[in-house]
Write a protein that binds this ligand. Structure first.
Ligand code: PLA
Length: 528
């Protein structure tokens, strides 16, 4: 153990402190040691109690530590965070230890005399010691693991990000054109208003509801630009928490892995409704309707507008109508997450048909939008939150509150992606080019889906029906593989995927379909 000795004159700045280290001794012997600096302040004026705060500390190996004397103490309280040091000090001083906040390297000293004592306090602790290691993100963490794999066979089917047939990221040609135009115009970098770029907000609401939708002409939609789908969902969650205290959000089981985090962080209670039926690898429609019906009146029902993530299973138009019936009956509020408009079917209008049908019924609803997938603007963080209200007056008030929520969260949104969307949608040539590229991307995903199915059914001699792969829509396939089987996909076959059995077909090339089919068949039949 190392000790300190130094005369103390001022209230500020006291000395060094120790770490118990092998080979250390009272006189400051060698060993592995930590050194910290303390500052002090009187807790109350005139009082003899002082609070010592540990500032930096760092480790040294095999150095002699000077002795420092602190000339003020008679008793000391140590935090529970460093029990070993507390004991050491107790032994030495025969003083009582008293636990203070366990998260702070702070201790108190009572000055009753000016005798000299030697002090030893463990400082190889951090104020962040009570923070535990967070687990890797179940989706984005997969990409990190993929990067670390050196196998040539490796395949990243984790995150839903579009890749070319060469498995390279793809920047849409129309996005490059819009960016060139923006560069030529020499746009400035001024702050946007809190609600975002006006041209973007207009374009995004029109894409969602259809430019001719009466709800827009009646100015019943409050739209603000958001930080893509996630940020838009988060702002809407904050609105729910603030203005619908105690209201529950109903979430499909299963759902996109981040939904629960979003509502948890916003302190919005949620519960699940049945959605996926493992027996049929299809929609548990009766279960879904029963659970929505059973929920407390006035709940929010989170619905995936199209291309349900992770299952790839969407209700049919008739089923959507029945879902709308029960939501209306129970006075619930639909909350759509539209992260894949145009990417599921290749058609912007078709993929928005669920939202438009609910709007046509005169229902109030919320919609979070994302341009990560359909315009490939993942890192630009561009999306929107729309609240369709029953009156223009309500929409104005709701918009003012959305802005009020956004301001302390991120102040105002980034401009680049918003300008891209506004330029692409606002220019008829660009708009058509975008639709063609979207069809191309959706088409490539459909073709690998077909090829994967062909390989699965040709190679698997067990008679298992793989046709569910073809019935699913969007960029994902929910394989039905369990966690152990999914682990086998990664550990043995270097196929990276989420542990719920989801694979992103957007990350699959035609050339890799056969390999993937082999991996799935092996994991399905040989691992339980
Ligand atoms: N909503 C759903 C249903 C999603 O699948 C995603 C993205 C988002 C919202 C949010 O995307 P954004 O914030 O980029 O707009 N889901 C991805 C990526 C593609 C992710 O997990 O962040 C996925 O792999 O599931």
């Amino acid at each position: 153990m190392l000790s300190t000795e130094k005369s103390h004159s001022k209230r500020e700045a006291i000395g060094f402190v120790k770490k118990v280290g092998s080979g250390g001794d009272q006189s400051g012997g060698a060993g592995s040691v930590g050194i910290g600096f303390l500052s002090t302040k009187s807790l109350n004026q005139g009082s003899d109690t002082k609070e010592y705060t540990l500032h930096h500390h760092f480790a040294l190996d095999c150095v002699a530590i000077p002795k420092i004397t602190i000339s003020v103490m008679a008793s000391i309280s140590l935090p529970s965070i460093c029990p070993s040091a507390a004991l050491s000090f107790q032994d030495k001083c025969k003083e009582k230890t008293k636990s203070r906040s366990s998260s702070k390297s702070v201790f108190s000293v009572k000055t009753k005399s000016h005798g000299q004592i030697t002090m030893a306090v463990a400082v190889n602790t951090s104020r962040f010691d009570n923070i535990t290691m967070a687990p890797p993100d179940p989706i984005l963490g997969v990409s990190e693991a993929f990067k670390a794999d050196t196998s040539e066979m490796k395949l990243n089917l984790g995150v839903g990000a579009y890749r070319t047939e060469e498995l390279q990221p793809y920047v849409l040609k129309v996005v490059k054109k819009a960016e060139n135009l923006m560069l030529e115009r020499g746009e400035n970098k001024e702050y946007l208003p809190i609600e975002g770029l006006a041209a973007f907000n207009k374009a995004t609401a029109e894409l969602l509801f259809g430019a001719d939708n009466p709800v827009l002409h009646q100015q019943r939609v409050a739209t603000i630009q958001g930080l893509s789908g996630t940020g838009s969902l988060r702002v809407a969650a904050a609105l729910i928490e603030r203005y619908f205290p105690g209201a529950k959000v109903l979430i499909s089981s299963p759902t996109w892995g981040n939904h629960k985090n979003i509502f948890n962080d916003a302190r919005v209670p949620w519960s699940e409704y049945r959605y996926y039926d493992p027996k049929t690898v299809g929609l548990d429609f009766d279960g879904m309707v029963a659970d929505i019906k059973a929920a407390p009146e006035g709940s929010f029902v989170l619905l995936h507008g199209c291309a349900h993530n992770p299952t790839g299973i969407d209700p049919t138009p008739e089923q959507w109508e029945k879902i709308a019936d029960v939501i209306q009956e129970k006075n619930h509020i639909p909350f759509f997450d539209v992260a894949y408009q145009g990417f599921a079917s290749g058609s912007l209008d078709e993929d928005a048909s669920s939202v438009r049908m609910f709007a046509a019924r005169g229902m109030e609803l919320l919609v979070a939008q994302s341009y990560s997938k359909n315009l490939g603007l993942y890192a630009e963080r561009i999306g929107a939150i729309n609240v369709l209200c029953s009156s223009a007056d309500a929409a104005v008030r709701v918009k003012s509150q959305l802005k009020r929520i956004a301001r302390p969260m991120y102040s105002n949104p980034p401009v680049h992606g918003a300008r891209i969307v506004a330029n692409v949608v606002g220019n008829p040539d660009f708009f058509n080019e975008w639709k063609e590229e979207m069809e191309m991307m959706a088409g490539r995903i459909k073709s690998v889906r077909q090829k994967l199915y062909n390989n699965l059914s040709a190679k698997d001699k067990s008679g298992k029906d793989w046709s569910f792969v073809l019935k699913q829509i969007g960029m994902f396939s929910f394989t039905g593989l369990n966690k152990t089987q999914s682990d086998n996909m990664t550990d043995k076959w270097h196929v990276y995927m989420t542990k719920d059995g989801r694979i992103s077909l957007a990350g699959l090339s035609s050339a890799k379909c056969e390999y993937l089919a082999d991996a799935i068949i092996d994991s399905y039949h040989n691992v339980s």
